[in-house]
Ligand binder design. Sequence first.
Ligand code: AMP
Ligand code: ZN
Length: 459
Amino acid sequence: MSLKIYNYLSRKVEEFRPISETVGMYTCGPTVYDYVHIGNWRTFVFEDLLKRVLIFNSYKVKHVMNITDIDDKIIKASSEARIAFSEITQKYEKAFFEDLEKLNILKADVYPRATEHITPMIRLIGVLLKKGIAYRAEDGVYFAVAKFKDYGKLSQLEKRQLKIGARISEDLYDKENWSDFALWKFPQRNTSKVGSDSFEVNRIEPSWDAPFDRGRPGWHIECSSMSMKYLGGTFDIHCGGVDLLFPHHENEIAQSEAATGKKFVNFWLEGEHLLVEGEKMAKSLGNIFTLSDLAKRGVEPLTLRYLFLTAHYRSKLNFTWKSLEAAQNALNNLRDQIAAWDEPKVGCAGFEYDFREAINNDLDMPKAVAVMWEMAKSSYPTSAKRQSILVMDKVLGLGLDEIKKQVLPKRAEELIEKREELRRAGKFGESDKIRKQLAQMGVLVEDTANGPKWKIRNK
Ligand code: AMP
Ligand code: ZN
C-alpha cells in the first residue's frame, strides 16, 4: 500500500516517492523569543505524525528542524529587557524542548541554530550576489524577485502584485505583495519597527563580519542555507504552518534554486491553523495558550495531541476548552480499556490494514482514530487488541504502549465478591464500607448493568 500525500507544489495528492532510501525532511522550527503556543504545537505535532507515518512505511528519515535564534522579535525582546539576546533564546529553547517531550514528539536528527550557521548563509548570499540575483542597498543585501522567473510557483498567488523595486526589510513581511526581501541586514541605530509596532530603544543588535559588510541574516536565508547543508541541494519534504507558504517558503525556493540551479524540494506540506473563535491563534492577536496554561486547568499535554488527531491537518481546527475536555475524557476512557487488556499476542489484521490505509491517505488521522476505536470496542480477544494498539500507537504517539495490564490483588478480588453478596442482601451500608476499604487500597469500583467494574487508580 503506497503512501499518498498532498503536495502544495502541484496542489494534488501524489504518491510519495523519495529520492533515496533515507527521506530528507526539513521543518521550520520555532523562533525562541517566547513560549511556544499550542497553535505552533499543532504544526509541530502534524510534522511528527508525518514523520511517524514515513517510519511506519519503513522509510528511514533524516529530520532537520531549525531554531531561529536571531530575528527582529528576539532583538526587540532583548532590547526591551536590556539583556543579551542569547539569554532570551536559551531560556525559550530549553522550554521548547521540555514541551516537545511532553507531547511525545520524536526528536529531529539535527536542530541547527541560525547563529551557529552564519558562515554558510554568507556563502549562499555571496553566490546570489555573484549571479546578479542579489544586490546591495543602503540598509542591507536584497534578493531581486524579478530576476527569478519561477517566483510564485509554490504560493500560486498570481493576484498578488509584484512591486518591482519595492523592498521589505522586516522579518514580518507583507503578505499581499511580492517584494525584494532582505538576505542580510546592516545594523540599525536606536529605532526599529516590528510589524506596525514601532519602538525606540538602545538596540542590542548582534552582527557578524561579511564580505558585503557587517550585519545579520534575514529570516528566510537561514532555512535555505541550513536545510541544504544537512540534506543536500535537493531533498524530499519541507513542512511548516500554512502561514509560511508565502512569503517564507516561496522565498526559500527562490534563494535556493537561484543559487544551485536545481529543484530545491520535491514535496511541500503545510499544516492548517489552530483557531480561536475563528481567528488564527497568534501571539500578536493575544489569543494564545501554552502547555502551562493547559496544565493550570488540569489538562495534560497528551490530551492536546489527542485533540489534534481528531482533525485533518489540512483543515482548520477551532480550539475550545470544551473540545479539550472531550479529548481528555476520550483518552482516559481509552486508557482504562487498555489497562484491562491481556498481554499482546497476534493483532487484529483487518483493523491494522484499515488503519494503515487511513494514515497513508494523506494522513487521515480522524479516520485512523475512528478505526482504532472500532478495534477497541470490537469483540476481538483483548490480547489481539493490545497488540494492535501497540502498532497503532507508533503513529498516534499517545503513550499507550506504557499502559500496563492491571492485575487485581487477591484480597481486593475477595472484597469485591463480598461486597456483591452484601449488595444482593440489601446491606448497602456495609457494602459501602467495603467500597471505601477498596478505595484505600487504590481499587475503584463502579457498579454497572453488567456487574461491578474495577480500576486501579494511577498513583
Ligand atoms: P513561529 O515560531 O512563529 O515561526 O511559528 C512556528 C510554527 O508554528 C510555524 O510553522 C508556523 O506556521 C506555525 N504556526 C503559527 N501559528 C499557528 C497556528 N495558529 N496554528 C498552527 N500553526 C501555527
Ligand atoms: Zn523556515
